[in-house]
Write a protein that binds this ligand. Structure first.
Ligand SMILES: *Cc1c(COP(=O)(O)O)cnc(C)c1O
Length: 381
């Protein structure tokens, strides 16, 4: 895990130092200004409209455009991703807004198996169902040479590393540099890795997208998304467009969700450290389990996927037999979740029927292992 801030553009928040590490930023950023009697946490601003400002009469002053509770969360997310954040109603609202930045009809390079709802939107762009069709090039991002070939003439690249749920890992610094050389817009979904693991803007990405629903908020109690743009002139222009998109299309966050997400971020570093340690332990044990024929684990992070000996029925039985692991979708919460991804008709056919995706939580590692071991053994008996 990255313990200190990698070199790159510094966050420009007034309230934090640009040399603080992410472990400090998750705690210290997005706080009210220090003043005698000031609260330690920001208030939840519940207001749909605002009194006219005489200094800035053209300001909309409406809750669809601005909210102070969004802004404190944006300050924290911007500091963590080394850019400037905008919060959205959900991860998909953020993905959708980011995809709107791609020039009409331009070639898009994407992972061959992206997050499945993003894949559906990309297939819609390919089919031209909402306007001009795009050429979409589906590539194995872990094959950097093939991806670089596909980038020739591309208007944009959509990056995910690791991918979901095949856990394919891209050489992000190399691919981002190549894409920028081609003049392509670089968009990166950083939900799985979190900014504690990698900060794509420091490699040159234009826009980072998050499902804040997952690790950032961390307690499976809300849905929220964010886009973070690079702090240079190009990023500012993209940010203006994303902000307009948010105000006009209206996929805005609830102030309470934004506040809860900020509360969750305070413990991101300790949650993620523990979940990653649990995942490393489980990956090693699972690799030696007779009921498991393949473990997909990048060597870091808290997500892994296993392929169970047998097929769909055996994999379903494992999920049904767990007592501690919860059979459910989503990821990044404190509780461990297990899911057979091919239960969704929209999931890529590259994903084996017997594949189970594991979102490793922060419980005791030995308890997690005992429950999985028992479920795997019982399902194959
Ligand atoms: C969950 C997820 C999304 C969508 O986010 P929601 O908050 O569910 O809308 C996008 N990308 C990835 C990688 C995800 O895991």
């Amino acid at each position: 895990m990255t313990e200190s801030r990698p070199p790159g553009p510094a966050a420009e928040d007034g309230d934090v130092s640009s040399d603080w590490s992410p472990a400090t930023l998750v705690v210290a950023s997005g706080r009210p200004a220090r003043a005698p009697g000031a609260p330690v946490n920001p208030p939840i601003e519940l207001s749909s409209t605002y009194a006219v400002s005489p200094d800035d009469p053209a300001r909309l002053g409406y809750g669809r455009a601005d909210n102070a509770t969004w802004e404190v969360l944006e300050t924290a997310l911007g500091a963590l991703e080394c850019g400037e954040a905008l919060v959205f109603a959900s991860g998909m609202a953020a993905v959708s807004a980011a995809l709107h930045l791609i020039p009409i009809g331009g070639v898009i390079v994407v992972p061959r198996a992206p997050y499945n709802t993003s894949a559906t939107l990309l297939r819609e762009l390919e089919a031209g169902s909402s306007g001009a069709a795009h050429e979409v090039r589906w590539v194995d991002l872990s094959d950097a040479d093939a991806t670089e070939l596909a980038l020739v003439g591309a208007a944009a690249v959509w990056l995910e590393s690791p991918t979901n749920p095949l856990m394919e890992v891209a050489d992000l610094p190399r691919l981002v540099t190549s894409a920028r050389k081609q003049g392509a817009l670089v968009l990166c979904d950083n939900t799985f890795a979190t900014p504690l693991q990698q900060q794509p803007i420091t490699y040159g990405a234009d826009v980072v997208v998050h499902s804040v629903t997952k690790y950032l908020s961390g307690h499976s109690d809300l849905l929220l998304g964010a886009v973070v743009t690079s702090p240079d002139a190009r990023g500012r222009e993209l940010r203006d467009r994303l902000r307009q998109h948010r105000t006009r299309h209206g996929a805005i966050a609830g102030p309470f969700e934004a506040w809860l997400a900020l509360r969750g971020i305070r413990t991101l570093h300790v949650r993620f450290e523990r979940a990653c340690a649990n995942a490393a332990f489980l990956a090693q044990r699972l690799a030696a389990h007779p009921a498991v024929c393949r473990v997909r684990y990048p060597g870091w992070g808290a997500m892994l996927a296993i392929e169970v000996v047998g097929g769909q029925a055996e994999a379903d039985r494992v999920v049904a037999a767990t007592r501690l692991w919860l059979g459910a979708t989503s990821l990044g919460g404190v509780e461990s979740l297990i899911e057979r991804r091919r239960r969704y008709p929209a999931e890529s056919e590259l994903v084996p029927e017997s594949l189970l995706r594991l979102s490793v939580g922060i419980e005791d590692a030995a308890d997690l292992w005992a429950d999985l071991d028992a479920a795997l053994s019982a399902a194959l008996r």
